[in-house]
Design a protein around this ligand. Sequence first.
Ligand SMILES: Nc1ncnc2c1ncn2[C@@H]1O[C@H](COP(=O)(O)OP(=O)(O)OP(=O)(O)O)[C@@H](O)[C@H]1O
Ligand SMILES: [Mg+2]
Length: 678
Amino acid sequence: MITLRNLTLRRSAKVLLDNVSVTLNPGEKIGLVGRNGAGKSTLFGLINGSLHEDSGDFSMPSQWRLGQVAQDMPDTDEPATDFVLGGDTRLMELRQALARAEERHDQNLDSADLGMAIAHLHSDLADAGEHDAVPRAQSLILGLGFRTDELYQPVNSFSGGWRMRLQLARALMCPSDLLLLDEPTNHLDLDALVWLEAWLKRYDGTLIVISHDREFLDAVTNVTLHIERQQLTRYGGNYSAFETLRSQQLELQQSAFSKQKEKIAHLQKFIDRFKAKASKAKQAQSRVKALERMEKIAPVLADADFTFEFKEPANLPNPMLAIRDAVFGYRPSAEDPAGSPKIILRGVSRSVLAGQRIGILGANGQGKSTLVKTIARDIPALGGTITEGKGLNIGYFAQQELDVLRPQDTPLEHMARLARELGPNSGESSREQDLRNFLGTFNFSGDMVKQTVGTMSGGEKARLVLAMIVWQRPNLLLLDEPTNHLDLATREALSMALNEFEGTVMLVSHDRALLRAVCDEFWLVGRGQVASFDGDLDDYQRYLLDESKRLRELARVESAAGAQATQPAKPEPAIASAAAEARPALTPQEQRKHDAQQRQELGARVRPLKRELEQAEQKMAQLQAEKSTLETRLAGAAPPSELAQIGRRLKAVSEQLLKLEERWLALSGDIDAIETAR
Ligand SMILES: Nc1ncnc2c1ncn2[C@@H]1O[C@H](COP(=O)(O)OP(=O)(O)OP(=O)(O)O)[C@@H](O)[C@H]1O
Ligand SMILES: [Mg+2]
């Protein structure tokens, strides 16, 4: 059992948890959620012992073995399998002990006892699963998406994202009673994600996982811990159940608050009116006291919702880019200049036009980032040409955002550097106060503009990179996994800002909601090529999951792309003339007859609407009833095992109700309109 009692936790001057008490039971699968910078990762620091509470108590069974993902990028030439195997700390200790014992045995030192010890070590090793350790390690590696021919490749030969996957596999390899995972899905594609979900469901220790991914949390967790305004609240249920419960609480709190406000206003009015009158003064007095006594319910400050926008680009070159017969990849390394270049994509000919919204799809490791990096001029193309439109101004969000941030510098220093680099002609002010104000619009408050970037949370760093991009006023946005680390509200803000952006967007993301909201065409990177993908995201998911279909699909897409290129542009449809024909004047009788006829017609049109309205009302009453039953059960006696189920149903019912209410409103409007016409 993990217990926090009256615990307070600070980072420098910032209070992250203020006098919180919470209990977590063995075997629970806990989702730890909250806004960027709320203190989730810091709480992990408390649990793993790298940080200490400022007051209150923290306790955890001392014999619990802890599994967690190291945060640093592994840097070793060990083969992948050995590296992951190294995560099994117990096995490693026993192996070392055995090696030491055998060495001494070979030197004929105190051999009787040693023989015993060696026998014990062998049996301990068997208990620790020595015999199948390698296949266990390899099934983790393969499950996370590596190929069989990569099992023994050195860790350093993999790209950053893949090395982090090995780090995750190493943590899963570690036998543990408590597993701490901080945003484990950031580097995973869909297949690996599904595999990890299944693995975590089978894990029989206690799990605490930090994530901003609802679907993942729903699949894995049964308890939700929410950090907000320095409080830690435990909800029995997965993320959806938590959302439902939470929104109800907010509603209740809000309505209690507005009722209280009414009452206060009423009391105040009474007091003001009668204060002056001697005869009523006493009553006024008692009411003044009542007003003082009245408990102030904290108003529900809706989380200061965060929004931002991209500035209007100074110009929009068209085309933005013309890529002709280009080859993408990596030059031979400096150590081996005579080596052959590593070609990732070849024969790429595409144009990028002003205002296009391109989603770049493709399985992990197929070359999406290579394509984007080359366009961003981070690495040169190996062949062909990339012609840039005049005045092209690229805003690049790199997958490893730390590539552009300096851990020792503050946000203010980053902005000042940017201002210097762009020079005085950028049209942007570089006065410190202006930079501060600008950072303020990205939720970097007074203190935070001077905090070193290295101590900021993952989401805060990502937000700073976004701010720096916006400031550069780009006309082409190249975004490589921009939502990793961002909380849901900030993702929402990004999605809105992208929708209003007038320039061109090229987006790599595994956040399907974002792709759907932003992109209207897709490029598919795979098999060494870039092709148009003329399906939607559901098609893409099927494509990813079904290998045989994948081959057919690829052929189809490629031929479709070819056909598209040769087709002439479709002519604009002619706009139909809207002018109504003039009608000859009617006699009064004709007019009456015509009016009556029209009323009849309108009546005929309104009847089915009214029928539908009635049906909608009945259905709404039914759903309303079900909703309140569900709510009572959630608030009351439902067993924890049913909470998730009830939560889901409640969500479905609420959504259905919302749709019906909208329909009802639309119908009422139509009926009104027709009836006024009659
Ligand atoms: N050494 C430090 N000095 C000052 N502030 C710090 C320090 N370390 C962390 N913080 C601040 O504490 C807050 C909590 O950070 P933490 O990394 O725990 O957030 P988080 O909930 O994990 O956020 P995210 O979702 O972005 O990962 C952040 O605002 C961060 O800037
Ligand atoms: Mg964090």
